[in-house]
Design a protein around this ligand. Structure first.
Ligand SMILES: Cc1ncc(COP(=O)(O)O)c(C=O)c1O
Length: 392
């Protein structure tokens, strides 16, 4: 390994959302945080170098998106995802959740139903509800130990008039990498019922060995034309604090409406720092990412084995992508409040409590394993020791 993911870095007192809020959120500063999807690893060296160079310029003026930056996006998706994106389909957005929220406002009517597939990343609910729309839930079903889509129920929602669907691909939590046939079946239903799709593919680069992510818009021209792709390098290269993302839309009408709203809100200026970081990551971060994925995969295997040995009552769902381990802890017999008490007060760890992803997540925990193995080990030891007292 060229990169040392075992190295423990002290992130306290760095304004870290993950590390500097333990006392405020969980009641003690000694809590190990394995929650929000932010990794405890340095970004690829090329990113740091690009940011240092940019910082050294000393004048932090208004900035423009360069052609070379756009080409770096195109090059990455071509080589990593076999997907050719014409530059005129790409447009900037400050963040994926911003994109989701603007899309709900632009592509559905006030009071209308917007489809999501629970359990899902909780801002999906927020962007629907806070925009005055209704959640139309198409719950995922567990088959053979993994989540699958329920197409019949989905068709019912579409027949009922839902015209917008928020897809999470790969899915968070649970880490499904949707297969081509699954996506095609979904896409065909959307085409049949005139449903627009916003596909959040922030985890697209984090498919684990043996799985291949398929960009939704790459399925066919027809599917591409009903889709707004929400993409970002921020999970891939651990840059979430850089706030950079983009959309891809082959349909000029979708893109025009989105860009007009971005302009209305004056969110269209390029960030001074982001594009240099992103370009460096896309051009020079490939090898780092390959090593990262191997490390994450080993961490997942470690956690799954550890839980099987020390707390076999809980059942982790083996992710196909992401560094987020979704663990069924219902055998502990605790509700959301009970799981929080167990984590924060008894074990001294903070994982995400599952009910925030929807009622199907009750009794589940989501563990962020993107940390040095020693931290993961310590967190699992603490958790299993404390949880053991609940096992009947
Ligand atoms: C599925 C999904 N979408 C979006 C985000 C956040 O994106 P952003 O920070 O660009 O709004 C996350 C972060 O965990 C995520 O898991």
């Amino acid at each position: 390994m060229k990169y040392d993911f075992d190295r423990v870095l002290d992130r306290t007192n760095t304004h870290s959302y993950k590390w500097d809020q333990a006392e405020k959120l969980f009641g003690s500063k000694d809590i190990l945080p394995l929650w929000v999807a932010d990794m405890d690893f340095e970004s690829p060296p090329a990113v740091k170098e690009a940011l240092v160079r940019r910082a050294e310029q000393g004048i932090y003026g208004y900035s423009i998106s360069s052609e070379s930056y756009i080409e770096s996006i195109q090059g990455w998706f071509e080589s990593r995802h076999d997907w050719n994106i014409p530059s005129q389909w790409i447009s900037q957005s400050p963040g994926i959740v911003t994109t989701l929220s603007l899309a709900v406002d632009l592509f559905s009517e006030p009071g209308a139903e917007v489809i999501l597939q629970s359990p899902v990343y909780y801002p999906f609910y927020d962007v629907i509800k806070l925009n005055g729309r209704k959640v139309a839930d198409n719950p995922l079903v567990i088959r053979n130990g993994r989540y699958e889509m329920d197409y019949e129920q989905l068709e019912g929602l579409m027949k009922n008039g839902a015209k917008l669907l928020l897809l999470c691909s790969p899915h968070n939590p649970g880490g499904r990498v949707w297969e081509r046939e699954e996506l095609l079946r979904l896409g065909e239903l959307c085409l049949q019922y005139g449903v627009t799709v916003v596909s959040d593919e922030i985890h697209c680069d984090l498919a684990l060995p043996g799985h291949r992510h398929i960009p939704f818009a790459s399925l066919s021209k027809e599917i591409s034309d009903i889709t707004l792709m929400a993409l970002a390098p921020t999970k891939t290269f651990n840059l979430p604090g850089i706030h950079s993302s983009f959309i891809v839309a082959s349909n000029p009408e979708l893109k025009r409406k989105f860009e007009a709203r971005i302009k209305t809100l004056s969110l269209h200026m390029a960030s001074y720092f982001a594009q240099d970081a992103v370009e460096a990551a896309y051009r020079e971060g490939g090898e780092w990412l390959d090593e990262l994925i191997a490390y994450l995969n080993a961490n997942i295997e470690y956690a799954v084995d550890y839980l099987a040995q020390h707390l076999p009552q809980v059942k982790p769902m083996k992710p196909e992508a992401t560094y987020l381990l979704w663990v069924d802890c219902r055998a502990l017999g605790l509700d959301g409040a009970g799981l929080k008490k167990l984590m924060y007060r008894e074990a001294g760890v903070a994982f995400n409590e599952g009910s925030v992803y929807g009622s199907a997540g009750e009794g589940y925990l989501r563990i962020n394993v993107a940390c040095p193995r020693s931290i993961l080990k310590e967190a699992l030891e603490r958790f299993c020791k404390a949880a053991g007292t609940y096992v009947k």
